[in-house]
Unconditional design. Sequence first.
Length: 401
Amino acid sequence: MHERVRWVVLVVAVVLGALVTAGCLATSGMPARQLSVLFVVPVALCGLACGARGALVAVPLGIGLLVATTVGDGNGLVGYLAESAAVVTAGGVSGLLESWRTRERASVPDVVESDESDTRWFETANELLAEASLDGYFTRLSAQWEACLGWTRAELMARPMLDFVHPDDREATQAHADRLERSPADVVDFENRYLAKDGSWHWLLWSSRSDEHRKYAVAKDITARKALEQDRQALLAHLEEIAQTDALTNLPNRRAWDEELVRAVARSCRIDEPLALAMVDVDDFKSFNDTFGHAAGDGFLAEAARCWRASLRVTDFLARYGGEEFAVLLPGCTCEQASALAERLRSETPGLLTCSIGVALFDGAEDPDSLVRRADAALYDAKRLGRDRVVTARPRSVPPA
């Protein structure tokens, strides 16, 4: 019963009770049984209005009946008390019945309505909603799963969830599943790849929780976002490569050389491995450019870079240092081995031009700039001695302690 209606019925009952009481006082000859019949109406209305509390509200009305009948008829106090108790009981019983019916209406329909609302929400949600058993099977899925992966919900629920997960993601997925199975827990922003019916893989972003009976999850298809992220990473890698590659020779540029030199020196110190550095300069390149033009000069540098790269080991690092000057890192080489590699490189110089090379061996204590300066000094000596030759740098002189 609506709350406002309850109050209206209660007020009517009290007013009726008051009117009946007043009538009894004014009409002293009315029998007590007739009075009790009159009081049943307001008392029962109180019970209907107030539910289980109708008995409490009926008490004052019963007292009113007692007073009225005592004044109006001298048939005995005990009889009047019995009549009052009967009326009070009628009010209480009607109140209890109304209270029971109210609870029934409040519980059963609400549960049914709640189940229906939950089902409607599950079926119409735009998200990928899922419930799963603790042993790893889907038990309930929203319709969006079929639109996303192409499998029917029956197909998805017929196999273990892990069967649809990308092999590279299964270990991490199983770890999160085990965490949810051990105790009530939450997993937020977990990503893995799920197999679609057409053979493609879809990236899903999961938020999950569990209780003692099952797991509950909502997933979002982030495949498009992942593709954008991969394109962005590829673009950044390409830009980084461009930033560290010489456009003419396709060799690492000066920036890449500086970074690799620091790493090579640190690695040599860490593993106690010898390291040699060679500086290479094309002889008389300015005259060649003036005679044959810059296009011919560029062509020569590109061809020389290709030939030199082919003559070196896989572990060697050749870079364009600037202009017609190149630099080579030779890890794991003694002084003799580095000189032999430099001679091979000199002999592979294409065309009519030659090159001069200065070689320096890292002493295990100097900084990268010092190593470059010693190789440069050896290159200057090769130029001074007539070009087209390899000169090894003298050991670094260390001031006495």
